[in-house]
Ligand binder design. Structure first.
Ligand code: TRP
Length: 81
């Protein structure tokens, strides 16, 4: 990746898994929007991440806390029964 990085690619985001089995799914940048990488986290594990030239979206499945410059957001797994 080009290390001169645009601003959009220099921010760090932290994802903390509140349960085991949290998935952080990286989605492709560009015309195509598809998953290209999945990271599985156990309870208490933390991922410190940046967007890159390959990744413009992330999707988080399961219970996690997401720390960004905008504040903290919680993702939740909702039971469907
Ligand atoms: N592949 C798309 C892109 O790089 C992913 C994307 C980014 C997107 N922002 C979006 C898709 C907003 C829908 C809406 O542009």
């Amino acid at each position: 990746m080009d290390l001169s990085c645009e601003n959009t690619q220099s921010e760090y985001i932290v994802v903390k898994a509140e349960n085991s089995g949290v998935q952080v799914i990286g989605m492709t940048r560009g015309q195509d929007t598809r998953p290209h990488h999945t990271e599985a986290l156990d309870k208490g594990e933390v991922l410190v991440m940046q967007f890159t030239d390959k990744t413009s979206l992330i999707k988080i499945k399961g219970n996690a806390k997401i720390y960004t410059k905008f504040g903290i957001v919680e993702s939740e797994k909702v039971s469907t029964k």
